[in-house]
Structures are given as structure tokens and as C-alpha cells.
Design a protein. Structure first.
Length: 368
């Protein structure tokens, strides 16, 4: 039985996350939606009668994405004023939202059909923080396997330039430099040589399709125009040279990839960001079992590592965790990270865990 109050409450939870992440416009819209939603439209009824867990399902972000798409298309002046930050009074916000649902019900409704796929390129700074640690432990040559690749933006990690608190990684002539606010000592300046990058996605986004690219832009919060610019540059990089991403199931793919022969002197790395919560317990268990089995078989000549950026719902932050075999099988948290990679706060010393991924940042929560 759907719980209308719980479904409204999910928008207030998302408001809190947006506020913590410095996104007042999106927070204001989420707060307005919690109050203004009613049963006068198909969209309103579907949201209020949502049968699943609305926060885990990213229900608020589905709806905000649909509204933002109308703003970006220039067909809803009231929404454009709202997303532009020109309307701030709570009652005015609520009225604009009510009017928008009545006028654009048919256009908004389909945005509820699937979760947002932001595939934020800024998150690759968090992943690179983990990869630097892997390179420090096992040597520079890395073979990357990403699950939940979405549009493939983080598969450009070998082509991005990174400035991580003054530690520089990646090609100096890259059209995209990712430079998060670095809140602590920079990572060590060690060589990182990415020999291959492959990914899998169960619902891949083709960013060379203008409609798909516009959909990604709609999921970017209006508070973060720099993310939109970075997305456009990353799309241009994929258009110039596609990434290696296939359609498939994450667990099936990882089981197959970890069973492949591995080159000597190359560390095989499973990596992902803000995807674990969407996999479900069965896939999570299969991936954990495959990694543990491969880790047991890892050698100094053919190491294995697991680098992930996943949310902690209690702090509204992402956490960067690293495990590697054969010598470093214990999970270690390297940093806390803003959900879109705007800042990175390294932990000094790193926090050691129990090696069980599900206990470290896999709990889910709003992040997109």
C-alpha cells in the first residue's frame, strides 16, 4: 500500500541533501514539490501513490529532471524563472509548480519511468584518488573495469586531466580538466598508466544522440552550470573517439571479465560510482563473491583492486573506498567527496573497514 506521507517526505529528504550539497535552487523546488503535489494530474497521482521506496528510487530527482527539461526547452517561463533562481517565495514556488503540472502533465509524466542517469564526469576525480592509491601499492599500469557506466563519461578517465590539490594526473592537453576543491593534503605524485578502460551498462545512454544529451543536461542541477559545460566537452570527446562500453548485466559482465587472462604487471581494477544501491542484493552478492574469489587468486604480478565512490546516507556525502589484493584486502576509506565531485576531503589517516562493501557506502540515498 502506497504511503502518501512517506512519498511527500522523500522530497524533504532530497531538499536536505541539496542544501548540504550547496544547491539552494534545487532544494527550494524539492521543498515546494513536497507541499504542492496533489491528485489533480496523472503525474501527481502517480507520485503520491508511488509503490516503491521513493528515496531509493530517486523519485524526487526523476520529477525535478522532467521539470528542468521543460525549463531548458524554453516552453515554461514560470519554471525558467524558478530554475533561474528568480522566484524564491515558497508560496510562489508552489503555485508555479501546481500550474506546471496542469499545463505540462503529459510531458512530465514519462520522466517518472526510470531513475536519473547523471553520470557526472566530476566523480572521476574521486575514482582517480583511489586509482592513485592502487598505483602506489601495485605499480602504475592499470586495467579498468567500470560497472554502471551510464553514458560512459567516467570511461574518459584516461583522457581527462586532473588537478587534485596540486597533484597532476592525465594528459596535459586534455579538453577537460577536473579540479575539485581539495580539502587536505594532496595525494602522492605517482605514475598512473591506464592501459585499458572498459564499461558495462544495463541501460546505456548514447550521448551522440541529441535527445539523450539533452536528457542528461536536464538531470544536472540548475545550481551547477559548470557541470553542464563539462558535460558538453565530455560529449565532444566521445563523439571524437567512442568509449568501450557495452550493454549488459553488471554481475554477468564482472564475472566474465574477472575470469579472463590478466597481463603480468597490470593491476585489474573494478570501479564504480553511485551505482551500488541500484544493483539489488542478488547482483551485489554475486559481484562481491566474484571479487573475493579473484582477490584470493591475485598475485604480486597480477594484482586486483576495487575502487568505489558510493553514498553514505547519514552524512549526505560520498565515500571513496579502496581494496586491493594480494596484500591489502581490507577495505580502506580514503576520502569523503561531494556528490558531484565538487570537493574532496582526504582522510588522514585513512579509515580501515572490515572488507565488506555493503557496510561501507552502499546504503543508498539521494545523490544525483
Amino acid at each position: 500500500m502506497a504511503d502518501e506521507q512517506n512519498n511527500r517526505g522523500a522530497f524533504l529528504i532530497q531538499e536536505h541533501f541539496c542544501t548540504v550539497m550547496g544547491a539552494p535552487i534545487t532544494a527550494r523546488i524539492c521543498a515546494g514539490l513536497a507541499i504542492s503535489l496533489d491528485r489533480d494530474t496523472r503525474t501527481g497521482r502517480r507520485v503520491l501513490d508511488w509503490p516503491g521506496e521513493p528515496t531509493t528510487d530517486a523519485l524526487p530527482l526523476r520529477l525535478v529532471g522532467g521539470l528542468h527539461a521543460l525549463d531548458l526547452a524554453g516552453v515554461a517561463p514560470g519554471l525558467s524563472a524558478l530554475f533561474g533562481g528568480r522566484i524564491t517565495d515558497p508560496e510562489e514556488v508552489q503555485q508555479v509548480l501546481r500550474d506546471s503540472f496542469i499545463t505540462h502533465d503529459a510531458a512530465i509524466y514519462p520522466w517518472l519511468d526510470g531513475p536519473p542517469q547523471t553520470n557526472e564526469a566530476g566523480r572521476s576525480a574521486a575514482l582517480m584518488t583511489g586509482l592513485i592509491e592502487v598505483a602506489r601499492q601495485h605499480g602504475p599500469r592499470l586495467e579498468l573495469l567500470e560497472i554502471g557506466s551510464s553514458a560512459g563519461l567516467n570511461l574518459l578517465i584516461d583522457r581527462f586531466r586532473f588537478d587534485l590539490g596540486g597533484t597532476m594526473v592525465g594528459p596535459a592537453d586534455s579538453p577537460v580538466t577536473i579540479r575539485p576543491e581539495w580539502r587536505g593534503a594532496p595525494p602522492p605524485q605517482v605514475p598512473v598508466e591506464i592501459v585499458s578502460v572498459r564499461g558495462v551498462e544495463i541501460q546505456p545512454v548514447d550521448v551522440t544522440d541529441p535527445k539523450a544529451a539533452d536528457r542528461l543536461r536536464a538531470y544536472i542541477w540548475a545550481d551547477n552550470p559548470e557541470r553542464t559545460e563539462r558535460l558538453s566537452r565530455a560529449i565532444a570527446m566521445i563523439e571524437a573517439r567512442p568509449v568501450d562500453m557495452i550493454l549488459g548485466d553488471a554481475a554477468d559482465w564482472i564475472e566474465a571479465r574477472l575470469a579472463e587472462p590478466q597481463a603480468a604487471g597490470v593491476t585489474r581494477v573494478l570501479m564504480h560510482s553511485v551505482v551500488w544501491q541500484y544493483l539489488g542484493t542478488e547482483r551485489q552478492g554475486r559481484i562481491e563473491a566474484a571479487v573475493q574469489a579473484a582477490g584470493t587468486a591475485a598475485t604480486a604480478e597480477r594484482p586486483l583492486a576495487w575502487v568505489r565512490m558510493e553514498p553514505n546516507r547519514n552524512t549526505a556525502q560520498q565515500q571513496v573506498w579502496v581494496q586491493s589484493w594480494p596484500r591489502f584486502g581490507e577495505a580502506v576509506q580514503l576520502a569523503n567527496v561531494q556528490a558531484h565531485g565538487a570537493w574532496v576531503e582526504p582522510l588522514n589517516p585513512p579509515r580501515h573497514g572490515e572488507g565488506n562493501h555493503a557496510k561501507h557506502g552502499g546504503g543508498g540515498g539521494p545523490a544525483a
